[in-house]
Design a protein around this ligand. Structure first.
Ligand code: KIV
Ligand code: ZN
Length: 523
């Protein structure tokens, strides 16, 4: 297939995705996601919005230092110091992109920016040519592009390309477009903008009407060659176009979508699950491609058909997205070596401490649970990795519960290397545990916003995966814990969230940004 049919996959999970409430990630988590995205074959990783906060800046900087294959992009408004912050954050990336944007629709220019169209045009030329001082790879986005008048959009795009933009992105910022209208915008730009051949056109669609993927694909058919998307479709409001959906649509329907891309689809399930476990955003069971039921054939007629010939009801194989049929992997007699080989086969390469922790927990689990499946191992490993540096650690838990009451929790924790104990009564065992933890680490301003339990596999001996969300002064963190005992998993999840909260507190507040009217609002 010709180079002209190659689609650039631009992943914005760590920027547009992370920006949505409840999806925030810390530096280690962002790095973990960036490594996976790179390994999966994403072409551009939008790593953050460096001017927005110190945390964002540091994450973009760390990702730029580490990622070798993908281009790392930093977002910025059409403002010099935003562009400088972005340039600074991405400076060590082998392949770097500055992504600058400004609103172009009548509504946004009048009310949000309070700028005239002429001033917006000037800002486009100035910002793009300033960005070109730092890299040859500059993307310009027309925020609310799908609601921008054609004549003005043509002038903006022409000005951005003339100033040096190499990618032109036309976002459907509010998820308002219909596929035909969105496609027509690209056809119109290709016909009317004289220098359009000097840039790659890009789609960026939000899902407010459930059309983000359809709109993205319509834009590609109309000549765009870059798709901006996120894992599991996370993002502002109803989210962005889901990477796994656009990719599998192209792979499954090459007749309608004769395009190529670099994504290793077999990594989709792993990347999706990692993101869910980091953010606590569980994917709905019937979600396309990555939902728990996406490949489940429950009805007898369907099962019969699939057994006779898989393609009767299966348009993609589970293996093509990396879903292995629940394998019975190991039991209590499996040793260290077998466990390590299994981890490697599943794509996990753990450091020494994380491996030891995962192995010990695997042994404990094998004592309690007869059949251990791939899903059990994934949950256990996800719970062990990236926690080496935590200062607050779970040690042990004793619970008294049942109908008679009182329900009492006695917890033992390790805080900065020191053993701490606390005992508390509560309104049920979970409440007692959380109160006991609160006695050891006081956090009176924090509110528990979500407590969620999910069984990793079937059966009464299944491991429980608990997610908790805590909010303190506008900062939200999510913690995860897994264990065969739901109450131990709850304690682990709460302690995980507390570690993140403490980490978040330690980071200073975002730099005070005094904004002119041109800078007034972010994306
Ligand atoms: O949705 C949007 O318009 C954006 C831009 C900043 C690219 O996210
Ligand atoms: Zn967006």
């Amino acid at each position: 297939m010709s180079e002209q049919n190659q689609i650039i996959i631009f992943d914005t999970t760590l920027r547009d995705g992370e920006q949505s409430p409840g999806c925030s990630m810390n530096l280690e988590e962002k790095l973990k996601m960036a490594r996976l995205l790179d390994e999966m074959g994403v072409d551009v990783i939008e790593a953050g919005f460096p001017i927005a906060s110190r945390g964002d800046f540091e994450a973009v900087e760390a990702i730029s230092r580490e990622i070798k294959n993908a281009t790392v992009a930093g977002l910025c408004r059409a403002v010099k110091r935003d562009i400088e912050a972005s340039a600074d954050a991405i400076k060590s990336a082998p392949h770097k992109r500055i992504h600058t944007f400004i609103s172009t629709s009548p509504l946004h220019m009048k009310y949000k920016l309070q700028m005239t169209p002429e001033a917006v045009l000037e800002a486009i030329s100035e910002s793009v040519s300033f960005a070109r001082n730092f890299t040859d790879d500059v993307e310009w986005s027309a925020e609310d592009g799908s609601r921008t008048e054609d004549d003005f959009l043509c002038r903006c795009v022409e000005a951005a390309i003339a100033a040096g933009a190499t990618t032109i992105n036309i976002p459907d910022t509010v998820g308002y477009a219909m596929p035909e209208d969105y496609a027509a915008k690209f056809i119109m730009l290709r016909e009317r903008v004289p220098n359009i051949d000097r840039a790659i056109l890009s789609v960026h669609c939000h899902n407010d009407l459930g059309l983000a993927v359809a709109n993205s694909l319509a834009g590609i058919v109309a000549g765009a060659r870059q798709i901006e998307c996120t894992i599991n479709g996370i993002g502002e409001r109803a989210g962005n176009a889901a990477l796994e959906e656009v990719i599998m649509a192209m792979r499954t329907r090459p007749d309608a979508m004769p395009y190529t891309n670099n994504i290793k689809t077999e990594m989709i399930t792993k990347v999706s699950r990692t993101l869910s476990s980091i953010t606590g955003f569980v994917v709905q069971p019937n979600k396309a491609i990555v939902g728990a039921n996406a490949f489940a054939h429950e009805s007898g007629i369907h099962q019969d058909g699939v057994l006779k010939h898989a393609q009767t009801y299966e348009i993609m194989t589970p293996e093509s997205v990396g879903l292995t049929r629940s394998n019975l992997v190991m039991g209590k007699h499996s040793g260290r070596h077998a466990f390590k080989s299994k981890l490697e086969e599943m794509g996990y390469n753990l450091g020494e401490n994380a491996f030891e922790d995962a192995f010990n927990r695997f042994k404990d689990l094998a004592d309690k649970k007869k059949n251990i499946f791939d899903e059990d191992i994934i949950a256990l490993v996800e719970d062990s990795t990236g926690r080496d540096n935590e200062n607050i650690k779970f040690v042990s838990l004793v619970i008294q519960a049942g109908t008679k009451g009182p329900q009492i929790a006695s917890i033992e924790m390790d805080v900065d290397g020191e053993r701490k104990f606390a005992m508390s009564e509560g309104n049920g065992p979970v409440d007692a545990i959380f109160k006991a933890i609160r006695m050891i680490i006081p956090h009176d301003d924090a509110v528990l916003q979500l407590y969620q339990v999910h069984a990793v596999t079937g059966g009464t001996d299944a491991q429980a995966e608990v997610s908790v969300k805590i909010e303190e002064n506008g900062k939200t963190v999510v913690g995860q814990g897994t264990d065969a005992d739901t109450l131990v998993a709850s304690a682990r999840a709460y302690i995980h969230a507390l570690n993140k909260l403490v980490d978040k507190r330690a980071r200073t507040a975002p730099p005070e940004i005094k904004m002119s009217s041109a800078e007034r609002a972010g994306p």
